[in-house]
Design a protein around this ligand. Sequence first.
Ligand SMILES: Cc1cc2nc3c(=O)[nH]c(=O)nc-3n(C[C@H](O)[C@H](O)[C@H](O)COP(=O)(O)O)c2cc1C
Length: 336
Amino acid sequence: MDTRTSYLGLELKNPLMVGAGPLTANAESVCRCEDAGAGAVVLKSLFEEQIRRDNEGLDAALEQEENWHTEVGAYREADLALRYGSHEYLEILRASKKRADIPVIASINGTSAESWLQFAKDIEAAGADALELNIALIARDVFTDGATIQTEYENIVRRVGKRISIPFSVKLVPYFSALPWTINRLCSEGAHGFVLFNRLYRPHVDPGSMHIRVDGEDKYSSRKELAPSLRTIAGVAGRVNADFAAATGVHEVEDVLGALLVGASAVQMVTAPLTRGLNVLTEHLQGMKEWMESHEFNDISSFRGRLSEMNSAEGTMFSRTQYVKSIAVPSGSTNR
Ligand SMILES: Cc1cc2nc3c(=O)[nH]c(=O)nc-3n(C[C@H](O)[C@H](O)[C@H](O)COP(=O)(O)O)c2cc1C
């Protein structure tokens, strides 16, 4: 069975990627993912916010010094603390590239316009095979309209695209009023692919203590969360010139196959290998091969996208917004 797939112009030996998170936080764990059969990995994100927090102490100290050391002012202006902070990340990237044979995709989450560009350039220079932009600009106030946020996404993608020549994807959250249009716009600004979707932290309200909490469990997805990814990919695959990776809720081999059938080129998994062990990758790869054999598919391109909206009337099932017809009333019962 030929399980190879193409994602962001990279050849992956199979479509099972380990997504950004604790399993890809250093070169050792990247190698463990490779040994378990991963087709590619996305390194844990470089978070500008985190670097800034780590450097807050340093920054405060420098502020004191600035009065009598002129070079301190220049240091602060050049935001060297930020660059120094990303040094460790670049080392992890270099070590991962040196030790692993599978594609290593770096991931960044910036908060200031300039940092996206600087990080992207540094990451390209450090040898990443591709870059994932983990952009999660969420409307948090009552004054910012959707168009403003949309423009911010477009600006980041356009500017990064102009600055680097490695392929890059955008990892999106699902909160857009016209997602297919957004994807199309970001694609024309230079994005080569999309990871659909990122999963934001989901705190819950604990009525007992009347507090909002985040427990360990809230970090992990369930299989039921995959539907929005499948719906979106089914609608856009083949209609825009980009690759798609399904993420959030890919737990079982059926989820992997479902994602490929609606048009994804690959999947990203974090919860499943994190909670059940990396051997889920080995099992899913085996399961995928068995399914392909039993359906007489020699390669992924023979079935990828069969159930996308473009290729199948069934693909439109995902765009139903109401339950009207899908709730079957058992015969003999009264429809109250
Ligand atoms: C502990 C933890 C850390 C994560 N760190 C990152 C990260 O650094 N960057 C990122 O883009 N996503 C991060 N994620 C999100 C995952 O990459 C993934 O998108 C999300 O968990 C949904 O996939 P899943 O259903 O397979 O878990 C993290 C998730 C978890 C659980």
